[in-house]
Structure formats: C-alpha cells, structure tokens
Design a protein around this ligand. Structure first.
Ligand code: ADP
Ligand code: MG
Length: 395
C-alpha cells in the first residue's frame, strides 16, 4: 500500500491529514488519487464510509492554486447535511494550501452565502440553491476547472437531474470531472458517461465475509436456560457483541429479558427506518450500548470492526448464513469468537452445518457428537488453514 506522499500528495497536505490522525490512504483513495492527480476524469464507486471525500478532496486542493480566479472547483452534493460535512472536511486540507472553501445550500440567507462563495476557491453546493444563485447571476462558474459529483445516485433519486444538467452546461468544457456514486449502472452510468471524458473507473467491492480467523464454539443448551447462558457469555471480557435471533419479535423479547437482568441491548430491525437504524448503530459504535440483537435481514450491510462476539442465540438457517453472521467478527486482524447455542432439537441440523463448514471438531468440543458422516477430504487442500490440515491428519 502506497503512502499519501507516494501517491503524489504534497507535504502540507500530508501534514494536515496527519494532524487529524489520517496517515494511510484507504483503498478508494489510493486508486482515485493517482489518476485524479494526473488530471484524469474519474468514475468511482465504493461503499459508505470508505473515504470518498478525501479521494476527491485531496486532488481538488492539490490541483488548485490560491492565485486562480474563483471559484475554481465545484463539488455538487445532494443534501445540506452533506454540503456541511464535505465543506468541513475540505476546509481542513484546503487551508494548508491557502485555499478557501464555501458552502452553498438552501434554507439560509443568500447575501452572506454569496459573499463567501465569491471569495472561495472551492464551492460545495446543493444543486437547488446553486441554480437559484446562478439564475440571479450572483455567482459565475466560468472559471471552474474541476467538477465533482458526490453521491450522484442520490442526486438523481432526489430529482436534481434538471438542475445538475443546467449547472454542468455552464461549466467550461475543458475541465476535470470526478463522479462518485454508490452505483454506476443504469441512469447514473449514463449521466457519468455524458459528463466525463475518457474516465478512469474505480470500483471497490465489499470484502466477502470469512470465518477463517474466528474462534468457534458450539454450546449445548436447553431452551429455558439460553438467556442465562447468554448473560454469562456477555459478562466475559469483550468488546461489542452481536446476538442473532431468527425473528424480530424474538429480538424484542430477548432485549426485554436482558433488560430485566440489567443488560442494556439494542434490537436492530430491518423495518426500522434508516434514521432509527443509524441512531442505534451510532450508540452501539460509541460504546453507550455494547450488545446488539439482530435478525439476518436487519444485520445486512452492518459494518462494524470491533465486534468480538457473535452469538447465534438461534442457530443460523444454513452454513451460508453462519458465514454472514460470524464473518462479522475477527476482522481486520482482530480476534473474535462465534458462539452457537444448540438445543437438543437443533443438534442434527447444526452438526450438518458444522460439517459443511469444516467445524466438526469445534462442534464436538463442548460435549456434543457429530452425527453427519465425516466428509472425505480433497487431496489438494489449497487455501485451507494449517489448523484444518492438522485436523485431517488427526483422523
Ligand atoms: P464516504 O464518503 O465514502 O462515505 P467519508 O469520506 O465520509 O466516506 O469518510 C468516512 C470517515 O473516514 C470520515 O470520518 C473520514 O474522516 C475518515 N477517513 C477518510 N479517509 C481516512 C483514512 N485514510 N484514514 C483514516 N480515516 C479516514
Ligand atoms: Mg461521502
């Protein structure tokens, strides 16, 4: 992995980043930076939180010069919140190169905003308000040499295409364009092609979950003592715990039962709205609550690095679900444990699943017997861990 310096970032920017604890580029940043700093148009797709703001922010501030006519760069974003957030993040690095950043969004007074916008090298704007300022001839975009569309898919979803089209038509044709979106298919892809010129395309796909680094336990339980066993487990040394149940009612019931035993948990529902989900996750991440109860559906897209325990309070439906659940712990070089509760009626199914996952020994470690026949091992064991190989030797 290259450093920011190796990718072409200047010393003042590297120092400004380091002051914020940002020392090594994320993947989308490494990939976009090289092309963007070389002046190429870019199409980029990567998931939320992967660092897209700096992927375009660094090239924007590196390629501008404080003596350029203003505004020299335009960043279009779908919402006011995002304008503020991106504006803040860019201000930080822009000041290292004596550049000014201004935000333009609706719902606040125009005169002050215009004053600041006219002095700024970089405008971060929502399409609606910017269009308004352009219609009133309060700002001009004739000197824009870099255009960024951030969250372009959301801009289209929110119906901003007419404004975006009008704004882009006012920009110099000779410019650099960077296009960021969660998808580059369909309508967004067409827009991306229309607005860019021979772009470099970068997509960072999500890592497939893996359970290779996790420790696995299969714990025999009776239905009526599962909550006690869970309480015991949760009192062990740990960071965040993610507890899987089969239904959302099960999630609510378990939350109540834990509450009565003094354990504050969050129940995450697929059908809770995005705001509620986000609030729940934020308090989980900040450590206000360290037990999260989820169904398979509710946990979809959940992206947390500090989970040390995944507990299958209800067993997963099959081995694929097991990987999706337990794959959320032991990530990024950290250790983690997947614990599966197994009552007497579930033993057969879970042993079949354990067998498919090559976790037969772990299944038997706490007193249960596998009842699936041992699967013959393939001669070539490419990609298998040493642990598994020594186990097959044991047999
Ligand atoms: P995205 O736009 O892809 O959803 P953001 O650009 O908002 O993601 O970045 C998410 C968070 O990660 C921000 O808090 C940002 O400051 C932080 N961040 C970005 N790049 C890095 C990095 N290279 N190292 C550490 N933190 C970073
Ligand atoms: Mg973003």
């Amino acid at each position: 992995m290259s450093t920011f310096t190796e990718l072409g970032a200047s010393a003042p920017i590297v120092r400004a980043l380091a002051r914020r604890g940002i020392n090594a580029p994320f993947e989308i940043q490494s990939r976009v930076l090289r092309d963007a700093l070389a002046g190429r148009d870019v199409l980029a797709k990567s998931k939320t939180g992967s660092g897209k703001t700096l992927a375009f922010g660094i090239p924007v501030v590196e390629k501008l010069d404080a003596s350029m006519p203003r505004p020299a760069a335009l960043v279009l974003v779908p919402t006011r919140e995002l304008a503020v957030q991106v504006g803040d993040e860019l201000t930080d690095i822009a000041s290292a190169r004596n550049l000014r950043v201004a935000t333009v969004y609706g719902g606040v007074g125009i005169p002050k905003q215009v004053q600041r916008a006219r002095k700024a090298h970089v405008l971060v704007a929502t399409p609606g308000r910017l269009q308004d300022l352009l219609d009133r001839r309060l700002v001009s975009l004739g000197n824009i040499s870099i255009l960024v569309l951030d969250e372009a898919d959301r801009m289209l979803d929110m119906g901003f295409q007419p404004q975006v089209d009008k704004i882009v038509a006012l920009l110099p044709r000779k410019r650099q364009t960077m296009f960021f979106s969660a998808t580059l298919d369909g309508r967004v892809g067409k827009l991306a092609r229309d607005y860019t010129n021979d772009p470099a395309r970068h997509e960072v796909v999500e890592d497939r979950p893996t359970i290779a680094a996790a420790h696995h336990r299969f714990v025999p339980v009776e239905q009526e003592d599962r909550v006690d066993r869970l309480v015991d487990l949760l009192s062990e040394e740990r960071d965040l715990a993610l507890v899987f149940v089969r239904t959302k009612h099960g999630a609510d019931r378990l939350k109540k039962k834990l509450g009565r035993r003094g354990i504050d948990a969050l129940a995450l529902h697929g059908d809770k709205n995005q705001n509620q989900r986000q609030r729940a996750l934020t308090s989980f991440e900040r450590g206000h609550v360290d037990v999260l109860i989820a169904t398979d559906v509710a946990a979809r897209g959940l992206d947390l690095d500090d989970i040390t325990h995944v507990v299958n309070f209800d067993p997963p439906y099959d081995h694929t679900d097991y990987v999706h659940r337990v794959g959320r712990t032991a990530r990024a070089g950290r250790s983690g444990t997947g614990v599966t509760f197994v009552d007497s009626t579930q033993r057969h199914d879970v042993s079949v699943m354990a067998h498919k996952l090559d976790l037969g020994r772990e299944f038997e470690a706490e007193g249960m017997k596998m009842n699936a026949p041992p699967r013959p091992r393939p001669k070539t064991n490419r990609g298998r861990s040493r642990r598994n190989r020594s186990r097959s030797g044991r047999r």
